[in-house]
Design a protein. Structure first.
Length: 277
């Protein structure tokens, strides 16, 4: 079960959408909902640590940053209350967004964020924010598309399976969602030559899920080009409102390196993603 859910809130138009999705999930699972607003204050403070002691003090906009965070947290409170969430709280996080959300997510069962909207400027939000959180928070992440209307999430689920440990973590973390779904479709791409799939690709993981009361339909297909694009196309054909998949990649210093399918999905998926690393 998901008993604590963290949602990233900010001044962007998409904040209300992901707050509503997180609130619906919290109400459904009787979970405690946390709204996290990052101020980015650490980004103002840390660059000053190497300055000469004789350098004049710089006035930081602490009051303004806190006031801005409080405004979006007020909206979070209103939406959580309207959604019927029994238990929720607001947190003002004085840190860079990626590090701040990732740290607080470790004490939650799920974190809800959005794709990067590259045609919109969001102050104090790194362009690789979704990738950073997915690879660093150590929790499953629900990634809401940057555009488009979002209805119910999790009634028809497409599950990507490639036998990897990342896919295992994504699927096992999503079991409560899968148990509530009306339809679960397991997609196995390019399984030929992979001994991790056994004699019948997808059969072993489907049997595992069946023991959890989850009925799974298995589709094995060849991806002609980009595996991520093939997955998104299959999910759309299946009428999915959620894709569960592992996130392959690693973070090195300030560089985020994602595998092909993970990167394609995070950048372009019009369907919400449930990802784990």
């Amino acid at each position: 079960m998901y008993k604590t859910i963290l949602v990233h809130v900010d001044q962007s138009p998409r904040s209300a959408v992901r707050t509503d999705i997180a609130a619906r999930l919290a109400a459904l699972h009787d979970a405690h909902l946390v709204g996290g607003a990052v101020t980015g204050l650490a980004s103002y403070l840390f660059p000053q640590t190497g300055l000469d002691p004789g350098t004049p003090a710089i006035a930081f906009p602490i009051a303004e940053l806190h006031a801005e965070a409080d405004r979006v947290l007020d909206l979070f409170d209103q939406r959580a209350s309207r959604a019927g969430v029994n238990s929720f709280e607001r947190r003002r996080i004085d840190d860079e967004a990626g590090a701040g959300i990732s740290t607080h997510a470790r004490y939650c069962d799920l974190v809800v964020i959005s794709q990067s909207a590259y045609d919109e400027f969001t102050p104090r939000l790194r362009t690789d924010f979704p990738e950073y959180v997915v690879l660093n928070c150590a929790r499953p992440v629900l990634v809401v598309p940057a555009k488009g209307a979002i209805g119910e999430v999790g009634t028809r689920i497409t599950v990507a399976w490639n036998g990897s440990s990342n896919a295992v973590r994504a699927i096992t973390s999503a079991i409560p969602m899968l148990q509530r779904a009306q339809a679960v479709n397991l997609v196995v791409l390019n399984s030929e030559g992979g001994d991790q799939h056994g004699d019948t690709p997808g059969a072993d993981i489907a049997l595992y899920l069946a023991r959890h009361g989850i009925r799974v339909d298995v589709t094995a297909a060849q991806a002609g080009g980009d595996a991520g694009e093939s997955l998104l196309s299959l999910a759309a054909d299946q009428g999915a409102d959620l894709i569960v998949m592992g996130a392959y990649g690693h973070s090195r210093f300030s560089e985020i390196l994602l595998g092909g399918a993970s990167r394609t999905a995070l950048l372009t998926s019009p369907i919400p993603l449930w990802m784990a690393h």
